[in-house]
Design a protein around this ligand. Structure first.
Ligand code: SIN
Length: 333
């Protein structure tokens, strides 16, 4: 905490909705994004001890409806805030369902060494024992600490700090839903006191090369989940729908059965980028084990989960469709 005479850091709080802004309806239901960011901030007067907040409602949606339009707006608003020398960091309130995708997208697109922290909640703001207020308090504390500089986009929930590249939502309802797998936590945050343990291992934010195309939408990339007895229908349908890339959430080490593999090989021959990721939720997808990636012109997702592999492939395809160059992106980011 800075000495009393020093002004508190200025933090820009960008709101998008989610359960952190949710209100219960009748019975067991609730509506995400029901409350404004002003209402969320007013419910936690202790925030004023951490930072001078400037709030902006960028969107008001459940994160199942997150899309490229909102991503672009968020990236632009975050960049503008971080380019302002008076702003110390940015916090973004967001639904937990797709938070890891938005976090990874911003990790690749925003250029800054200042903290960018995404925060959500598993219980609606009006629920008994809502987790949003403490999560928000902790997120602002993390964004306000100089120790968070240079760590890329972070996700704060349940007293934990995660790197955007590593984190995944792993549980439908429990407060401890976010996990960073084998890479582990970036740190802990206890009632506003942040403790960092690990730094991001891959290129991000200020070190990223990706730029959003100004005039065109990101290339279409579809994500297809593999399973026992899979045929080729969904792969062919995605190619027919105009996909420039496919991410396969493969079984085990990113594998898929013979009919689906043949469809992917045919798609790759037509110039569609094929990325093999894994539906297992952990580990590295290795090249050329059971599938001859070199011969087929496939790319492996390394450790990225399928939903994040989709984001990297969309951005990668804005620069190249060469499988070798795309593969390097998956090893670098
Ligand atoms: C959402 O992702 O918007 C709903 C779920 C949540 O925020 O926990």
């Amino acid at each position: 905490m800075p000495p009393a005479a020093m002004p508190l850091p200025r933090i820009r709080l960008l709101a998008t909705g989610g359960t952190i802004a949710g209100a219960q309806t009748t019975g067991r239901g609730y509506r995400a994004a029901a409350l404004s960011i002003q209402a969320l901030v007013a419910a936690v007067p202790q925030l004023a001890t951490l930072a001078r907040l400037e709030v902006e409602q960028v969107a008001k949606l459940g994160s199942q409806d997150m899309n490229e339009t909102v991503w672009r707006k968020l990236a632009a608003r975050a960049q503008a805030a971080l380019d302002d020398p008076a702003i110390a960091g940015v916090v973004i309130t967001h639904g937990t369902d797709t938070m890891e995708e938005t976090g990874y997208f911003l990790n690749l697109i925003v250029r800054s060494t200042k903290p960018i922290v995404l925060v959500g909640a598993m219980r609606p703001a009006t629920a008994m024992s809502a987790d949003g207020p403490m999560n928000l308090f902790n997120a602002i504390a993390v964004a306000a600490t100089p120790a968070a500089y240079g760590r890329g986009v972070l996700i704060v929930a349940n007293d934990e700090i995660h790197c955007a590249r590593e984190v995944a939502k792993t549980n439908t309802t429990q407060l401890g839903t976010f996990h960073s797998g084998q890479r582990g936590l970036a740190g802990l945050v206890n009632s506003g006191r942040a403790h960092f343990y690990a730094s991001p291992v891959r290129r991000h934010t200020a070190g990223s090369e990706f730029i959003l195309p100004a005039r065109a939408a990101l290339p279409r990339v579809d994500l297809i989940f593999a399973h026992a007895g899979m045929d080729r229908a969904l792969i062919d349908a995605a190619v027919a729908a105009g996909a420039r890339g496919l991410v396969i959430a493969g079984v085990g080490d990113g594998n898929l059965g013979a009919p689906a593999l043949a469809a992917c090989a045919a798609a790759a021959k037509k110039g569609v980028a094929i990325v093999r990721s894994s539906r297992t939720g952990g580990g590295v997808v290795e090249r050329n084990i059971e599938i001859d990636d070199d011969r087929l012109g496939f790319v492996v997702a390394d450790e990225l989960n399928p939903q994040k592999a989709r984001i990297l492939l969309m951005l990668g395809l804005t620069q190249t469709s060469d499988p070798k160059a795309l593969q390097e992106f998956f090893f670098d980011y």
